[in-house]
Design a binder for this molecule. Structure first.
Ligand code: FAD
Ligand code: NAG
Ligand code: NAG
Ligand code: NAG
Ligand code: NAG
Length: 581
């Protein structure tokens, strides 16, 4: 009796469960009609020396890797590739398989004696096609006590879509898109319809932009079109140049009824604006919306990706097509601090006129979709005058007929495929009411520039949109005017201690802003890997409710990711490749 009890307890603690053998993987693979992939490092074909990865040394393939090394579209279509490439490597052990991101054809990165390792790339990847694929994978991960990760585009800054030894569920092949002018969410009363775009969670923003254009609709997007519309971006909040006026992706507002002649019944109702198709770790395949599984719906609207279930698809409210007014300024490198000062002083004013965008030390890009062209021009006349007359920069103003036209013209395709990390802070609106605090903020931002960092000062919080309830992002998003980020990177041969130094430097550089904004938060998707007090920072007062929802839908903690709701903590073996704090 006691023996049975002990064995039972050990099974509960997963102590007697051993890793899957080759034959266990084979049986699993066969149960999936042989669709299980062995995912290898993107740069593998360039290396003649490998360790723990089957060599695939091949000159033409290596040439293709070199030519597409910094191409995010190619990377998102590769199972073993990540955009911020340190998450392909084991940072604590300096093992991986990277090329020189400054010069991908530099043979010093891949010739002998450099060795290609699997790093943090999950060896086994299942390209998900159906709910039953996900259920089978949850069961396999539970039975063998192995980590399970959800990988979509691999854009994550915090390594939440990779992990050594994990089984990876790859969402990339869920590519359907459909528009229904009269969509009724599952379980909701008939007649409660709204225009909805339903899409697979692997669909990229580029595809959504094209689809919306064809249907005379608008879908606000991430700055990079290869981010997926229904993955970690959405579940973590999702900001865009339109979020000041139209909300975060988790809000997906109908539209400003007065301006677009939308159905006001929809605008003012608490009715469903979004729906998730989900498979939960307990194996339920369900639709979560405001009529059913409301707790899970709340959690998926800001609680973070990879935590509550695997999202197969999403229905988001379709915005009407709209003109986008764009103002862009380019300034001389040494005038960055003056531009920052001017923009801090005018942050509240521009937000109130509906502008959203970002300021850099080298210039700015802002858009407006709620004013007429003449109103928009007038509302930023002060900025135009300042830039041209006071700091001798250039300003352009244009009105683009659609979001796609704006995106194509103004989004620069910067190289992706380098080790890169970020840090974030939300700056509350009340800071901008005080001369002293504005001055202090300007000083802090310019201090970042002075030490060689380039803050991206996003006017992205849904300030004008406000809070219409139902989401689980930190309420700080709703009362802030800026989301300030810092980024910094390194290269293939940077030492372990130098990598640690970069993480520390970035975190320390954000500290003065943390001090200026006590009680505020950060954007979980673009935050410091070592965000202090992350529970409060990412979710604020929503944290406790999110924890209990996690407990309900994933009691065995099959899903676990770095600083995610209910995570096992950095001492769990699955985090052994994370850098030192
Ligand atoms: C170049 C670049 C530009 C960016 N621009 C913006 C921006 O403008 N605005 C903004 O808000 N953010 C932006 N981001 C941050 C972005 O929101 C995050 O990188 C986000 O994690 C990407 O989600 P993903 O699903 O595409 O990536 P992945 O790395 O594949 O996944 C991210 C996380 O979501 C989970 N996940 C993914 N898909 C699912 C699913 N179907 N079900 C459950 N969990 C899932 C993963 O497990 C992981 O935890 C940008 C990032 C980069 C690298
Ligand atoms: C799964 O089976 C298929 C077909 O037999 C095979 O090609 C593939 O390599 C297997 N996957 C793994 C990870 O072994
Ligand atoms: C989009 O609008 C144009 C111009 O008004 C119209 O000709 C076209 O039929 C519309 N397309 C759809 C799919 O509604
Ligand atoms: C502004 O435009 C002019 C003419 O195109 C160019 O010569 C100049 O370098 C630009 N200045 C800045 C700061 O970009
Ligand atoms: C990394 O490699 C580059 C290019 O080969 C070289 O110039 C640099 O000195 C190396 N850095 C370190 C830290 O080894």
């Amino acid at each position: 009796m006691l023996f049975i009890f002990i064995v039972h307890a050990m099974i509960q603690l997963n102590l007697v469960v051993s890793l899957p053998t080759a034959s266990d993987w084979n049986i699993f693979n066969q149960s999936l009609e042989g669709r299980l992939l062995r995912s290898v490092p993107f740069a593998l074909p360039c290396f003649s020396l490998t360790d723990g990865v089957k060599s695939n040394h091949n000159a033409p393939s290596c040439m293709r890797v070199i030519n597409s090394y910094l191409d995010d579209e190619v990377r998102t279509a590769h199972a073993g590739s990540y955009i911020n490439t340190q998450w392909e490597t084991c940072q604590s052990k300096i093992s991986g398989c990277l090329l020189d991101s400054e010069q991908p054809d530099n043979p010093a990165a891949f010739s002998n004696p450099r060795v290609c390792n699997q790093g943090s790339i999950p060896e086994h990847t299942l390209p998900v096609e159906s709910a039953s694929d996900v259920v089978a994978s949850f069961n396999f991960a539970r039975d063998f006590n192995i980590p399970l990760v959800v990988k979509n585009t691999g854009h994550d800054y915090k390594g939440r879509s990779s992990g050594n030894g994990a089984l990876s569920l790859w969402m990339h092949h869920l590519q359907g898109i459909d528009f229904e002018p009269n969509f009724t969410p599952a379980g909701c009363p008939h007649g409660d319809t709204f225009p909805g775009i339903t899409f697979g969670s692997g669909v990229s923003f580029l595809s959504l932009i094209n689809f919306a254009e064809q249907h005379n609709l608008t879908v606000p997007t991430a700055g990079d079109g290869t981010v997926a519309g229904g993955g970690g971006y959405l579940q973590g909040g999702g900001h865009s140049v339109l979020s000041n006026a139209f909300g975060l992706a988790v809000d997906r507002v109908v539209c400003k009824s007065l301006l677009f002649g939308c159905n006001t019944r929809l605008v003012n109702s608490n009715h469903p604006q979004l729906q998730f198709e989900v498979v939960t770790p307990l194996g339920q395949h369900l639709f979560a919306n405001s009529c059913q599984f409301q707790d899970l719906f709340f959690a998926l609207r800001g609680g973070g990706g990879g935590t509550f279930g695997v999202v197969l698809g999403v229905t988001t409210l379709a915005l009407p097509q709209m003109e986008i007014h764009v103002v862009q300024a380019n300034i001389k490198a040494d005038q960055g601090s003056r531009l920052v000062e001017f923009m801090v002083d005018h942050t509240l004013e521009f937000a109130q006129s509906g502008w959203g965008g970002f300021t850099l030390p080298s210039g700015l890009t802002f858009v407006n979709a709620i004013l007429t062209s003449a109103q928009a021009k007038a509302s930023i006349a002060s900025m135009q005058k300042f830039v041209t007359q006071e700091i001798y920069g250039n300003v352009t103003f244009s009105t683009e007929p659609t979001y796609k036209a704006y995106y194509q013209k103004f989004t620069t395709n910067v190289p992706r495929g380098t080790p890169l990390t970020t840090s974030s802070r939300l700056v509350p609106a009340d800071i901008f009411n005080s001369n002293n605090q504005r001055e202090e903020l300007t000083k802090i931002l310019n201090g970042m520039i002075a030490i060689g960092l380039e803050p991206i000062i996003f006017a992205a919080p849904p300030f004008l949109y406000g809070d219409r309830g139902g989401t689980s992002v930190t309420p700080s998003w709703r009362t802030s005017l800026l989301h300030v980020t810092l980024t910094d990177g390194w290269n293939f041969n940077t030492s372990k201690s130098d990598i640690t130094t970069v993480y520390r430097k970035l975190s320390a550089a954000m500290d003065p802003l943390r001090k200026l904004t006590p009680g505020s938060g950060a954007y979980q998707n673009e935050a410091d890997v070592f965000e202090p007090n992350y529970e409060h920072s990412f979710w604020g007062e929503n944290y406790n409710r999110l924890r209990s929802i996690k407990q309900k839908y994933d009691p065995d903690h099959i899903l676990d990711c770095w600083q995610c709701i209910g995570w096992k903590g950095r001492n769990d073996p699955r985090y052994e490749c994370y850098p030192l704090e």
